[in-house]
Ligand binder design. Structure first.
Ligand code: ADP
Ligand code: MG
Length: 323
């Protein structure tokens, strides 16, 4: 069981940014409206994620760290019906196997919470502790017991870059949630919540970028897309500034990216990229998010239809600007 967790950890926990992503996704699944992430030394020293979600029931705290104990999947069919971000019950056991984790949580407002401490998969502390409603998960000394993995970590700046990127994408995917990111005490991101995507774009890319955005809003019988694309004259985006969101999750799809770039490049030189945040809504049966454990990649069942629709609608928005 312990070895299984360490092996699974290799897939789920590639680097500090993977921990941040898994913990924040859990906070989102818990219905939080405010999520604060504080990291030290690129996340290698510590990662703390505090939320105001529904918390974990006292009797469920320990089992949350057992492999698959909490998997929300009941049958193979459910893979196509996933609405929450977590669904494999693998993240917490994997993280706890390769770090020192503490969990402080309460599921009611009576101040009666629980504190758990787990080191390298071993439960050290499990006791009542005062806590406001919500969850605070702290992960210290990631990979302290897997030196081979630790050796692969890059510089603090590189790890921080991956963490910020993950945080930006999650904030863009969830404008209704207020996100804070601090590194060594310095605030790097603050979104307000309340659902204003342009405010999140301003927080992530700056106010001048937010001013350069055109709204995208379209639907056909199968798909609905909404978001913002930068005006053709905005030249400051790089190839990383495309964020596509499906089911509340930042996803990567080569086919979708190609469609976006076809729309953009019918009008603009090929060395230029748009700043784009695009949310795609569709019936869960039209998308399979279980292609990869990191859940970044998806498979669309009517992919060519989707790509054509996105290309055509983006082109309309860009052309509407009378190039
Ligand atoms: P998954 O998200 O796939 O269910 P995880 O290992 O990420 O598995 O989390 C295990 C379980 O712990 C979750 O299903 C959830 O019940 C609980 N949990 C974890 N983090 C939180 C949180 N921040 N707030 C409430 N419950 C949480
Ligand atoms: Mg999870």
């Amino acid at each position: 069981e312990h070895i299984a967790n360490q092996i699974a950890a290799g897939e789920v926990v590639e680097r500090p940014a993977s921990v941040v992503k898994e913990l924040v996704e859990n906070a989102i699944d818990a219905g939080s409206t405010r999520i604060e992430v504080s990291i030290e030394e690129g996340g290698l020293q510590s990662i703390k994620v505090k939320d105001n979600g529904f918390g974990i029931e006292p009797e469920d705290c320990e089992t949350a760290f057992y492999r698959h104990a909490t998997s929300k999947i009941e049958s193979g069919r459910d893979l196509f019906q996933i609405t929450s971000l977590g669904f494999r019950g693998e993240a917490l056991p994997s993280i706890a196997a390769v770090a020192k984790v503490s969990l402080l949580t309460a599921s009611s407002d009576d101040g009666k919470g629980k504190l758990l401490e787990i080191e390298g998969g071993k439960l050290m502390v499990n006791e009542p502790a005062p806590s406001g409603r919500g969850t605070e998960m702290t992960v210290r000394e990631l990979f302290y017991n897997t030196p081979a993995r630790l050796k692969y970590m890059k510089s603090i700046q590189t790890e921080l870059g991956h963490i910020s990127d993950a945080m930006y994408r999650m904030a863009l995917a969830h404008p209704q949630i207020s996100f804070t990111l601090r590194h060594n005490g310095n605030q790097l991101l603050q979104t307000l919540g309340g659902g204003d995507l342009l405010q999140v774009i301003a927080a992530v890319y700056g106010t001048s970028a937010a001013k350069a955005m055109l709204p995208v809003e379209a639907e056909d019988p199968d798909y609905r897309i909404s978001g913002y694309i930068s005006r053709p004259e905005w030249t400051r985006a790089n190839r990383n500034a495309i964020t596509t969101i499906v089911g509340g999750r930042y996803i990567r799809s080569g086919g979708l990216n190609a469609a976006i770039m076809r729309a953009y490049h019918t009008l603009l030189p090929i060395n230029r990229y748009p700043l784009l945040v695009l949310k795609l809504d569709m019936h869960p049966s039209l998308v399979d998010v279980n292609v990869h454990p990191a859940k970044l990649e998806v498979r669309f069942s009517k992919e060519n239809e989707l790509y054509q629709f996105v290309e055509q609608e983006l082109r309309k928005v860009l052309l509407g600007e009378n190039l």
